[in-house]
Ligand binder design. Structure first.
Ligand SMILES: OC[C@H]1O[C@H](O[C@H]2O[C@H](CO)[C@@H](O)[C@H](O)[C@H]2O)[C@H](O)[C@@H](O)[C@@H]1O
Length: 582
């Protein structure tokens, strides 16, 4: 623990590192221990904040550093650094220490030329007729070369020197500070790679994620030792199915299916599983985000401690740390969606919410496993998962669906009945606030094939206020958090647009195309103005990138590139349609 095996640590650490709290009465949830290296780098992170100050400080940088010598020698040298009375180290001394004992962030994930990249793939985007759009699409396609990495041999030789996990195959990183592979990002990266006809790279990413299930029992948030305490929105089955549909590679299915069953079990057991009894007395099993962690997130440890410093009670802090990590598991870190009080992050209550999108992803996992099992002739598994998907569809209709609003709403947990080991459904516990996630179930075939549902949801989406000049807003609340208004995120645009397209409604397709055109334009204009693809965009104004949240806006960017390519593949671009902002 960070706690760095306190026997060898001076008292100084217990002052700056804030010992973990035992809080059994209020937080009994599971915790996956972290490594000594992660704990030590958190200490370096905190020391660096004191030495360098807040300006331009990114806490994640410090937990991405790797060791030049073994940990005990490094800790010994660190302990010997001269300190002022309040325990801080001068920037000069810290610079000297870092230079001598630590390698730079990102040095252990080296550039890898993707084996299947060609500058202009054969038959690339045949529906894109406009030459300017074609030229830009080829530029976006070429960005895969910037984002491609492989783990350096040094990580495999001395894994204890690195927080980076030794994945076997090359990866695509999101970009900038996100210099490792991320779970849900990889789905949209793979969608783009499929458009770019880079099938080997796409498969390699999946094989890496499968290896994480082998080792940890679930796919981690990202491939770092500090992400072992949580997963991310589960989209591995979608990756496997989409790659299979393009390549016909049955071997990929054979290799993936056992891991997908394990992942399904991870989400459907223990703390992630919740039972709700509906108004008719039927019991439904649904799932929630719940990080296996109750301390500051190592990659944002200084930030989490600062947020928690508003709380006086150590038990409350421990609970908040779990809520922060669980929000990170949801991919929506952070958003008013998880907050009881929209202006106060300490009111996060992620684990008390059953999220619509998570359950839509697990429903899709069940449908995907059914299809994949059929392909390889495993009818027993196919039947079991078909049944599971039918039960979940019923559960989503009973617990989330709000017929008046024409949306699926997150459900806030209250009214626990210990005798039934279940929560009792209550209409007022549906969160009626508008979030793009309320429309994500439309992405799932069981819902987008129902014409009546599509009509209602479409009407609701059009009246929601979420459809903005440059894409779909994440919410209607301008909280300063990054998963809120006015930010628009590529994955949300994509799932809603694809859901509309897959329905049989002509009107839905035309609205989908309109959203996609706006999204492509804003990505293009921002790219021309800044030279970069961005992690998120401001949907109020075409050409503006997004902001807010705990880190500065990032560029690169894996999922944005993937979604632009996927949209251009779906809709093409006519010769005479303008690409610039209107
Ligand atoms: O370092 C803070 C947090 O950063 C990540 O979250 C954001 O970036 C991810 C990569 O693009 C993305 O998947 C996520 O949706 C973003 O909010 C990370 O996933 C968090 O766990 C981390 O605490």
């Amino acid at each position: 623990s960070l706690e760095l095996g306190s026997t060898t640590m001076s008292n100084y650490y217990s002052v700056i590192v804030h010992n973990s709290v035992q809080c059994n009465s209020t937080d009994t949830g599971p915790v996956v221990p972290t490594t000594s290296l992660v704990s030590f780098l958190e200490t370096v992170q905190e020391t660096a904040l004191h030495a360098y100050g807040h300006k331009g400080f990114d806490p994640k940088l410090y937990v991405d550093l790797s060791l030049k010598q073994n940990l005990s020698t490094t800790i010994e040298a660190f302990e010997k650094l001269p300190r002022s009375e309040n325990g801080s180290v001068s920037d000069h001394d810290l610079n000297g220490f870092m230079e001598k004992y630590l390698n730079g962030a990102g040095e252990d994930l080296v550039y890898a030329e993707p084996v299947d990249f060609v500058a202009e793939p054969e038959g690339f985007l045949p529906k894109v007729k406009n030459p300017k759009v074609r030229a830009w699409a080829l530029e976006v396609h070429s960005l895969w070369k910037n984002l491609s990495r492989k783990v350096s041999g040094r990580v495999r030789e001395s894994p204890d020197f690195h927080t980076l996990l030794p994945l076997k195959y090359p990866v695509m990183i999101p970009g900038s500070r996100f210099r490792e592979v991320y779970y849900w990002d990889s789905y949209w990266v793979i969608r783009g790679l499929l458009t770019s006809e880079m099938y080997e790279t796409a498969k390699g990413i999946v094989y890496n994620l499968l290896s994480l299930i082998d080792e940890f029992g679930y796919v981690l948030n990202g491939a770092r030792a500090y992400y072992t305490n949580r997963s991310h929105p589960p989209l591995l089955s979608s990756m496997v199915l989409d790659i299979y549909n393009r390549t016909g590679d049955k071997d990929l299915i054979e290799k993936s299916l056992p891991a997908l069953l394990k992942e399904h079990e991870f989400w459907n057991s223990g703390v992630h599983k919740v039972i709700v009894q509906d108004a008719e007395g039927s019991r439904h099993t649904l799932n929630r985000y719940y990080a296996l962690w109750n301390k500051p997130r190592p990659e944002s440890s200084t930030i989490d401690r600062e947020i928690a410093s508003k709380l006086s009670n150590t038990c409350e802090k421990t609970k908040l740390y779990r809520e922060l990590a669980s929000a990170a598991e949801s991919g929506w870190d952070f958003s008013t969606r998880w907050m009881r009080d929209e202006s106060d992050l300490t009111s996060l209550a992620t684990t008390s919410i059953i999220p619509v999108d998570l359950n839509a992803f697990i429903l899709k996992m069940e449908l995907d496993i059914t299809s994949l099992a059929h392909v390889i002739g495993d009818n027993k598994i196919a039947a079991r998962f078909k049944e599971a998907s039918e039960a979940r569809k019923k559960a989503m209709n009973s617990i989330f669906w709000n017929a008046e609003m024409g949306q699926w709403l997150d459900y806030w947990l209250s009214n626990f009945d210990a005798s039934k080991d279940a929560y009792t459904w209550n209409a007022s516990s549906q969160n009626q606030k508008l979030f793009a996630s309320n429309f994500v179930p439309l992405w799932i075939q069981l819902f987008n094939s129902d014409d009546e549902v599509v009509d209602e949801v479409l009407r609701s989406l059009q009246n929601s206020g979420l459809l903005c000049p440059a894409g779909i807003a994440t919410s209607l609340t301008n909280s300063g958090q990054q998963w809120d208004f006015p930010n628009g995120w590529a994955p949300l645009q994509h799932m809603i647009v694809e859901g509309l397209v897959r329905s049989r409604s002509e009107q839905a397709r035309s609205i989908a195309e309109d959203i996609a055109v706006k999204w492509i334009r804003t990505n293009y204009v921002a790219y021309k103005n800044t030279g970069n693809m961005h992690e998120k965009y401001d949907v109020e104004k075409c050409g503006d990138f997004g902001g807010g949240g705990e880190y500065v806006p990032q560029t690169g960017f894996g999922w944005s590139n993937g979604v632009v390519l996927a949209f251009l593949e779906e809709f093409g671009w006519p010769q005479d349609l303008k690409l610039d902002c209107p």
